[in-house]
Design a protein around this ligand. Structure first.
Ligand code: TXA
Ligand code: MG
Length: 329
């Protein structure tokens, strides 16, 4: 496996490897993706193997433009066209009814397909050169934190990938917003940078919130209770409980890390602390790298100070809940 700077030659090589059925990791504006030719079941199987991901978890197919929607989806509703016109290229994935020729390997056996046009210039150029759809989940091992830098992909997947295109750190830092438009009520499946309020404002309809973690028909791995998780036991703690929790764990001689938001916890110096940005989008951009850094310190606990609630914070709060084995309010 090689990590290369994503210049024009490297991207062309990436497209070539995809045509050969290879695995190419590439940057998107959200997180790094692990790409394979979406029209080849064999190539797609390699993704599942590399990630250690169960075969019934569907992948998002990345396309170069909304013009390719009908190559993958059937009965595309006007709402999907409107969302595509407004938010693509960008951090929005749509679930639509799939065409019969879309491999079941891509959709995890579901009759629907997830589609997205990414905004990152490297991703777009790779798509244009390749010509077809690129199936790409986040380039991490199953249930781990998504990579937002090329080095993270290397740590996660090593030799399982044929090529890692390094396009620098990802801008957005959390995965795309997913909206289900496959029939039935329009529903958010995963919050992201594009908020439910933005989608509702555009479509002039109410959009249903994500189903809870316990809904039994949910296959999206992002809906499992612990997902996007560090290996270190992580606790999401409300500000009012934070001092007590820190004191309690320090009294137990635990080595702890703190992802701090307000930055006003008093017992300084006795634990590792990372101060996170006050603003939601900047926080999201740093989140996975911060969790990864704390995780690499082999601490016994990671405490995360719960940031505010509210539409702009939905994606961050969703990922923090999923990263945490324990939630203390
Ligand atoms: O930002 C992103 O979307 C990144 C970059 C690489 O584009 N990709 C990403 O892929 O996060 P992944 O596989 O880690 O998460 C995709 C989510 C999963 O939760 C999956 O279950 C859901 O999309 N999904 C894909 N197709 C689906 C379908 N047909 N029905 C329901 N959920 C689907
Ligand atoms: Mg993922």
């Amino acid at each position: 496996m090689t990590v290369v700077r994503a210049d024009a030659v490297a991207i062309e090589h990436g497209a070539y490897l995809l045509r050969q059925g290879g695995l190419v990791a590439f940057p998107t504006e959200t997180v790094y993706g692990l790409g394979a030719d979406a029209s080849s079941s064999e190539a797609v199987h390699r993704i599942f193997k590399a990630k250690g991901r169960p075969a019934d978890h569907p992948l998002i197919v990345h396309i170069a433009s909304a013009d390719q929607l009908s190559d993958w989806a059937l009965r595309i509703p006007d709402a999907a066209r409107l969302l595509a016109a407004h938010f693509w290229p960008g951090p929005l994935a749509m679930i639509l009814q799939k065409r019969p020729d879309v491999p079941m390997a891509v959709t995890g056996g579901q009759p629907t397909v997830g589609l997205r046009v990414p905004k990152h210039p490297v991703a777009l150029r790779l798509l244009q050169q390749f010509g077809g759809g690129i199936a790409a989940p986040s380039a991490n091992r199953f249930c781990r934190v998504s990579p937002t830098r090329a080095a993270h992909v290397e740590e996660e997947l090593g030799d399982a990938v044929d090529l890692i295109l390094d396009g620098g750190p990802c801008d957005i830092g959390v995965e795309s917003t997913i909206v289900d438009l496959s029939g039935g009520p329009v529903r958010m499946l995963r919050p992201g940078r594009i908020t439910r309020a933005q989608i509702e404002a555009l479509l002039q309809i109410e959009v249903a919130p994500p189903l809870g973690a316990h809904a039994n028909d949910v296959r999206a791995p992002g809906m499992l209770e612990v997902h996007y998780a560090p290996t270190t036991h992580t606790l999401l703690v409300g500000y009012d409980r934070l001092n007590d929790m820190v004191e309690e764990l320090l009294a137990q001689q635990k080595r702890i890390g703190l992802l701090s938001w307000r930055g006003t916890v008093s017992v300084d110096g006795r634990y590792h602390r990372v101060n996170m940005p006050k603003q939601a989008q900047a926080y999201a951009q740093k989140l996975y790298a911060a969790l990864r850094d704390l995780d690499a310190m082999r601490l016994e606990r990671i405490l995360v100070e719960a940031p505010p609630e509210g539409d702009g914070w939905d994606a961050v709060n969703d990922r923090l809940r999923k990263a945490s084995a324990t939630i203390v309010r």
